[in-house]
Design a protein around this ligand. Structure first.
Ligand SMILES: CC(C)(COP(=O)(O)OP(=O)(O)OC[C@H]1O[C@@H](n2cnc3c(N)ncnc32)[C@H](O)[C@@H]1OP(=O)(O)O)[C@@H](O)C(=O)NCCC(=O)NCCS
Length: 208
């Protein structure tokens, strides 16, 4: 794609604008309304948040995308705690989806995470998108998703090594950072400060 965008760290004075971008991008995608703008708001103050990996994407002076990372860990079967990263929310403004911007900010931020010395990134996502940036299902690395029955479909749970071989001798259970779990009532309250938007039940939403 033509490089008609820039990727840079998020600034403090644009937190609300970025939260609004996240809200616009996730609204009615996975459920009626969304929680991701509040999740981002909460995560920025979490000790596990990695401020150096908090990126926004700009085009023609307008915010069009963002991505963030959090520190977390794998509880290895041999008793070790293995430090890894998880990621998101990540988004691209709805009117510019499927033009390559998502892959561009993803690849840029993964490269920066690698430069900082992180070994692997694990999270929940769609392999059709993340597979293009080198993610595979985490089960291939011997990593299991917390609280998931052994026979359940774990194809949503993805992993990419930033340091090749980082997980070679590791099997274990990945833990989602606590900060991602927010209360519906808190999301509702937070959402009142944003422009009104209609919540819709739509086909394809996974959380109803
Ligand atoms: C997911 C998201 C960040 C992807 O960004 P994007 O700019 O739309 O994606 P790209 O154009 O860079 O996609 C690159 C490739 O990934 C694949 N891809 C992207 N989104 C996909 C989707 N929803 N389903 C299947 N494949 C997808 C495609 O192969 C695409 O290439 P193609 O368009 O030439 O076929 C963006 O669509 C978004 O913000 N979605 C709403 C919020 C969200 O779901 N965030 C991720 C939560 S895990």
């Amino acid at each position: 794609m033509n490089k008609n965008y820039s990727i840079r760290p998020e600034r403090q004075d644009e937190h609300r604008a970025v939260e609004n971008l996240v809200r616009e991008s996730f609204w009615n995608v996975y459920k009626p309304g969304c929680a991701e703008h509040y999740v981002l708001h909460v995560l920025r103050d979490d000790p596990a948040f990695v401020p150096e990996l908090d990126f926004v994407m700009e085009r023609d002076g307008r915010l069009i995308g963002q991505n963030i990372f959090m520190k977390t860990f794998i509880e290895a079967d041999d008793g070790r705690t293995v430090d890894v990263l998880t990621m998101g929310p990540i988004c691209i403004t709805p009117e510019l989806k499927r033009k390559g911007y998502g892959k561009a900010i993803l690849d840029h931020s993964l490269e920066k995470a690698k430069e900082m010395g992180y070994g692997a990134v694990l999270f929940e996502g769609n392999i059709d998108f993340y597979g293009k940036s080198g993610f595979d299902v985490a089960s291939r690395f011997g990593i299991r998703y917390h609280d998931l029955p052994e026979d359940a479909d774990a194809s949503f749970f993805l992993c990419k090594e930033l340091i090749p071989g980082y997980l070679d001798d590791v099997t274990g259970v990945y833990q989602t950072p606590k900060g991602y779990y927010v209360e519906d009532e808190d999301v509702e309250e937070f959402d009142k400060d944003f422009p009104p938007k209609e919540k819709l039940k739509l086909p394809g939403q996974i959380f109803l």
